[in-house]
Design a binder for this molecule. Structure first.
Ligand code: SAM
Length: 489
């Protein structure tokens, strides 16, 4: 076997897993091909948070099965949450699959492939590493060869201890396991050395992080603060050391231009975390804070463990502490029992919190989840119509926000060229910006002047480059590079 292709459906966590899987396979001597039809081994890495991704997986396995009839040597693998959730059951239903591998078993993949090639039976490896959790770091030696990345995901924890009634994650990713801060800091330092400018810390409830090696000491804990509405939580106290981790990263990775994190839980949006946002320049002025619903009745049924007032109090404190900070969120429509009035409360919250982006989902019943006991009583048509209404409201808010930026100068971290040849990047506040320039700008922080707003992004013209990104490896460019002179800073 010589080459492989990975097809990823799902969230950032799945994408991060796919990137690490690619490195493990390259380290084993395989090369990656972009077209799955041309690969000896195709791995489908999927999430199972919503039923749609699972359906997509089934149709993709069916399609590859046809190819396998022509090329019996083709090996089909399934990775990710679905492998963890379905395991042997899916193997029985879909005999085209040769191997299934859970997120904690990725290093075993080359050995499994060798067994497959030698004619071994289909196998499933999907065990949680609860006793000795390990975290796959970027393997820079075996990263794809398309030049240094500007942005990177770094895992700080895996699993989830929340028991949101709709969510399959605790069952597919297991209980919370935290990565030692020492490893996180080393990985980020290594990434900045090869030119990564922006790191996004990853975890299912990323802001519940505590260091398993207790490097931050007792003073970093018990930072719950004095929220007005949270009698229950004051009693619980917040053990998170996430703000301490952010400070340590800011201190130990001075070359890092930007730091983001996803997904936090509103319960751990503490005063200490807000203080970190106000004090650490490296932290971007954008937070994705999943709220799920604007109705207290729904939040109780979802077992989210906060009220709308608590959520609003916390995000308002955050936006007051950090001028101009933008918010985005996740919302589920059509959760069991959601009335028109519950849904209208969600629309009201979207307006009040002025979310710049809303990731909206129609409720989809998932195996093992507590919500399965509730009747899925909002019709499919009603779910679709509520989702469309939610997007209509949130698109209007985003459009107003983007339009308000016309004429302003903002700083963009350039990630690369888009299909049309323009440069694309994001502002600190997560606005997507496109602009034209003949200069090689990948990984550079540049100042642009906003000219107009599209539905989801901004069009701009280049004003100036404001730093010289230290790039250890040469950026890959189609034509000879002209470097933009630096402005004096
Ligand atoms: N851990 C994060 C949290 O819940 O705060 C997000 C994890 S999940 C991978 C991403 C989003 O998928 C959730 O925030 C939720 O809006 C959506 N989601 C999860 N389960 C769902 C379900 N059964 N039906 C529809 N949407 C769902």
């Amino acid at each position: 076997m010589q080459n492989f292709a990975i097809v990823t459906f799902g969230c950032q966590m799945n994408q991060h897993d796919s990137d690490r899987i690619g490195e493990v396979l390259r380290a084993a001597g395989l090369s990656e091909v972009p077209d799955p039809e041309a690969a000896d081994f195709v791995l489908l890495n999927t999430c199972s948070v919503r039923e749609k991704a699972e359906q997509k997986l089934r149709s993709e396995v069916g399609r590859l099965g046809v190819l396998k009839r022509e090329r019996p040597g083709l090996i089909i693998g399934v990775a990710g949450c679905v492998a963890q959730q379905e395991g042997e059951k899916l193997l029985k239903k879909m005999p085209q699959i040769d191997l299934m591998i859970g997120p904690d078993n990725i290093p075993e993949l080359p050995a499994m492939l060798r067994e497959c090639e030698a004619g071994g039976p289909p196998r499933v490896r999907a065990e949680f590493d609860v006793d000795a959790p390990s975290f796959l770091a970027h393997d820079l030696q075996h990263a794809p060869t398309s030049g240094p990345a500007t942005t990177a995901f770094v895992t700080v924890m895996k699993g989830c201890n929340e028991r949101c009634s709709f969510c399959i994650v605790p069952y597919t990713r297991g209980p919370e396991r935290y990565r030692p801060a020492r490893e996180i800091l080393d990985e980020i330092a290594g990434l900045t050395r090869v030119g990564v400018r922006e790191v996004t810390l990853l975890g299912q409830t990323v802001n519940s992080y505590t260091d398993p090696e207790a490097a931050f000491g007792p003073s970093a804990r018990h930072a719950t603060g004095d929220w007005r509405h949270t009698e229950r939580q004051r009693a619980e106290s917040d053990e998170s050391e996430f703000p301490a981790l952010l400070s340590a990263i800011a201190e130990r990775a001075p070359n890092l231009a930007r730091l983001r994190y996803t997904s936090p839980h509103p319960r751990h949006l503490t005063r200490s975390l807000i203080r970190a946002h106000a004090e650490l320049n490296v932290l971007c002025r954008h937070v994705h804070m999943p709220v799920q619903s604007g109705s207290d009745r729904m939040l109780r049924r979802m077992i989210r463990r906060y009220t709308v007032a608590e959520y609003l109090e916390r995000v308002t404190a955050l936006t007051e502490a950090v001028a101009g900070l933008t918010l985005s969120t996740d919302i589920i429509v059509g959760f069991p029992g959601e009335s028109r009035s519950d849904f209208e409360q969600t629309l009201d919250l979207v307006e009040r919190a002025k979310f710049m982006s809303v990731f909206g989902f129609k409720y989809s019943p998932r195996p093992f989840t507590p919500a399965l006991k509730l009747a899925d009583d909002v019709s499919e048509e009603e779910k679709s119509s509520r989702l469309a209404e939610l997007f209509f409201v949130s698109n209007a808010i985003r459009h107003r926000h983007l339009n308000s930026l016309c004429g302003n100068e903002i700083t963009v971290l350039v990630e690369g060229r888009n299909k049309g040849g323009q440069w694309g990047g994001r502002s600190e506040r997560n606005e997507i910006v496109h602009f034209s320039s003949d200069f090689e700008l990948t990984g550079r922080l540049v100042k642009v002047r906003i000219q107009s707003a599209n539905k989801n992004s901004l069009l701009a013209e280049l004003a100036e480059a404001i730093d010289d990104a230290p790039r250890a490896l040469p950026a890959v460019a189609a034509k000879p590079q002209r470097h933009l002179p630096l402005s004096p800073v």
